[in-house]
Design a protein around this ligand. Structure first.
Ligand code: GLU
Length: 410
């Protein structure tokens, strides 16, 4: 008997995560001895603050090594609820029973999509968006519907954009501010308008707020601060980005009770729960507000310095279109003028950038906008400046070459 693998129907449309693939390729090249400026994965380069690491180590030594509740340890769910209540009146009744702790906010999004959407359902995805939204919606056998934001609005979507894309099958919308991959931040009014639309139309809202604390004009607004109600609202957050805790895998949802119950049941068969000691670390991260706020402010100040340093280099190429990021830690850059006629300019450009110049970035095709590339500036300032310099130099070179070819050919 010989076996030949053929993918199940569940993963018929599945593509590997491009953000993760790029960072692994960068690591492999580094292991071969090449000098690589890694602006691929969106991963803070800071260490998790010491007080959090110490709390987790202490908990582990005290015996936090066993199974926990599926939905997470009560002190962590209480800490998340208290943190969320501080958002304001709409969140005033959030309690531990509204919270599920998962293995990173990626799993929280997966849980939510899986229990809310299914075959025949359409989910609006403001585009560009993080690569995994499209894949996760598809894994739930629903259809992600790309809603493109206009350049004048930093690729953010409006109510009109969403209304044009909606059909009677629309069941939900993904929101993400600050946005991965653009760094654009929705104003309170912009977000409120989208939330009102979703409420009016009976759509579930998944608001991914993982970058909320990383914003350069004060914390970005949470959906819980401007929504008309939280009956259709699933807020997703976690400690990975703002607290520099990517490897801990602690994310959460704050959701209506029935949805929370369904996600808990689903998770009880999937991963059960996230690591006990990681949950204790996350308790420390949320409960020690002052210490955490200080650590986050210091990191955000450094992201801002790096952003400004990168923007100063971009300013030397005023024709190169970029989104000016007000949050998260990404530059989103339209490189299509370097590859005229290429339907996947971002990939062509990113390949040359990595193989010839040793700078890793993510092609925009992963975010359904193939003319673009994403650079993460969660790296030391010198790397950010060097990476952006190489992007600008390669773009100028390729654009000039394609211009002279066009002239020669014409
Ligand atoms: N969210 C980060 C990114 O967009 C980390 C990798 C991933 O899970 O996609 O790069």
């Amino acid at each position: 008997m010989s076996f030949r693998y053929s993918p199940s129907e569940n993963i018929a449309l599945l593509r590997e995560s491009a953000t993760i693939a790029v960072s692994q390729r960068a690591k492999a090249l580094k292991a071969e001895g090449r000098t690589i400026v890694d602006m691929g994965a969106g991963e803070p380069d800071f260490d998790t603050p010491l007080f959090i690491r110490e709390a987790a180590a202490k908990a582990m030594h005290a015996g936090a090594t066993r199974y926990t509740a599926t939905e997470g340890i009560l002190p962590l769910r209480e800490a998340v609820a208290a943190y969320t209540r501080s958002y304001g009146p709409l969140a005033a009744d959030v309690v531990a029973q509204d919270v599920v702790i998962s293995n990173g906010s990626k799993q929280s999004i997966f849980n939510a999509c899986f229990v809310l959407f299914g075959p025949g359902d359409e989910v609006l995805v403001p585009t560009p968006s993080w690569t995994s939204y499209y894949e996760i919606v598809q894994l739930a056998r629903a259809t992600p519907v790309e809603v493109y934001g206009s350049r004048e609005r930093d690729l953010k979507v409006t109510v009109e954009d969403c209304e044009r894309a909606a059909t009677p099958r629309t069941r939900g919308i993904m929101l993400n501010s600050p946005c991965n991959p653009t760094g654009a931040v929705y104003s309170p009014d912009e977000l409120r308008a989208l939330l009102e639309l979703a409420h009016r139309r009976g759509w579930w809202v998944l608001s991914d707020e993982i970058y909320r604390r990383i914003a350069y004009n004060g914390a970005a607004v949470s959906a819980l601060q401007v929504a008309p109600s939280r009956e259709n609202l699933i807020v997703i957050d976690g400690v990975a980005k703002a607290w520099a805790m990517t490897g801990w895998r602690v994310g959460w949802t704050v959701a209506p009770r029935e949805v929370t119950r369904a996600m808990t049941a689903f998770q009880s068969h999937a991963t059960f729960h996230t690591a006990a000691m990681a949950q204790h670390g996350a308790v420390a991260a949320l409960v020690n507000r002052d210490e955490a706020d200080r650590a986050i402010s210091e990191m955000v100040a450094q992201y801002r310095t790096r952003r400004d340093a990168g923007l100063a280099v971009f300013a030397t190429a005023p024709d190169l279109p970029i989104v000016r990021p007000d949050g998260a830690f990404y530059f989103y850059v339209d490189v299509s003028a370097a590859c005229p006629g290429d339907p996947d300019a971002g990939t062509t450009f990113a390949k040359r950038l990595l193989e010839e110049l040793g700078v890793a970035v993510v092609p925009g095709v992963a975010f359904k906008t193939p003319d673009w590339i994403r650079l993460s500036y969660a790296s030391p300032e010198a790397d950010v400046v060097e990476g952006v310099r190489q992007v600008v130099a390669l773009w100028s070179r390729m654009r000039a070459a394609s211009g002279s070819l066009a002239v020669a050919g014409g």
